[in-house]
Ligand binder design. Sequence first.
Ligand SMILES: *[C@@H]1O[C@H](CO)[C@@H](O)[C@H](O)[C@H]1NC(C)=O
Ligand SMILES: *[C@@H]1O[C@H](CO)[C@@H](O)[C@H](O)[C@H]1NC(C)=O
Length: 393
Amino acid sequence: MRFSSFSVATASALALGASLLSTAAPIQKRAAAASDMLVLQFANVLEQFETQFYTQALAKFVEQDFISAGYSNAQIAIQQFQSIQIDESIHTTVLTQTIVDQGGQPLTSCQFNFDSILTDVTVMAANARVVENLGVAAYLGAARLVSDPVLLTAAASILTVEARHQTVLNILNAGSAIPSGFDIPFTPSEVLAIASQFISGCDLGVPANPTLSLTNTGTVAPGTALTFGSPALNGTVSNDSLFCQMLIGGAPFAIVLPFNACVVPDINGPVALFITSDQQPLANNVRDQAADKIIAGPTMAFIDTKPEVMGQLARGGAQSQASATLSSTTTQTITPAEASALISSASATATASASAATGGAITVNNAAGGPSDFTGTVGPITVQGWSAVPTSS
Ligand SMILES: *[C@@H]1O[C@H](CO)[C@@H](O)[C@H](O)[C@H]1NC(C)=O
Ligand SMILES: *[C@@H]1O[C@H](CO)[C@@H](O)[C@H](O)[C@H]1NC(C)=O
């Protein structure tokens, strides 16, 4: 059986969404501020992106594909994917109508091709997790750009639903349902670093950061050395002068490591990975983030170190895959001793060259009232910079 029959449910849900909108009189027939319109257009394309992802996934996979992926019952996953697809369709319809009501012209020419990540249900489900984290990150990162409080509240009411999807997908990927007390915001250019590779035929008017992909295969776990691919890693800048940065929810700044020793610390849940030209930790706060130091990314990975019974029940104990854009090569797991040696030599080099350039010591962002500068160990590796990652014992 193919799962195109839910289009009937979608059609009636869309009618409901449209009629709900037509009662939303206070935000109608008003010209939106330019930044509000940009956010509306961006959100609309992102919702089209999400809708298309689930539509294409549900059209492609049959029940047996879900069983093969380790679900104890195919409907555990299929019902949730159908329900999420309907929400994303309604969001698209409502945002499209809101753009029209506010005097804008909705972007309708975008094409979405997800063939590369719809190879099987395991890869699809891992990427659905990225799609929902991206949705949450996009609304969070755009909140500061919205000037109309009514629009901001409407956007927040979508965000809470995207967060619910995120939790369901954490469970369907056998990860922690609620891995962190905080989520990670992305700027529009950061959202596009992940989304733009699947979008063609339209111009959002926002530049995309260069795409970053993890080239590790297999399980990415604490101690795994991450390897990367990106059009921006083309030899123009030596990899020796680059840094990998890992942002996790709730940490005020990223964990910074040398590019060639980007070893996963002992964390659980989603992590946004960036490559930067500078070892100043990126701020989690998108207003103050040093966007000009980002060479590539982000890409998302999920480090599932705390499996929970609920996910295990759904997924029959199957291991979930990490990351947005998994592709070829091998996982390189190095020992803690090797990691420490690599990091101390690489960070000594970086410190020396930066000191030579500036004639002084490296300074780490240090806002009043925050935790103190941090240089210490997290699990087996040394972390440079300021971080709220708990030290594992
Ligand atoms: C190579 O990477 C640099 C940044 O690292 C970028 O500015 C440049 O456009 C890239 N070149 C190509 C051909 O992609
Ligand atoms: C830098 O790293 C990228 C990705 O791992 C790799 O493709 C590239 O060859 C490296 N560049 C150099 C000069 O080693």
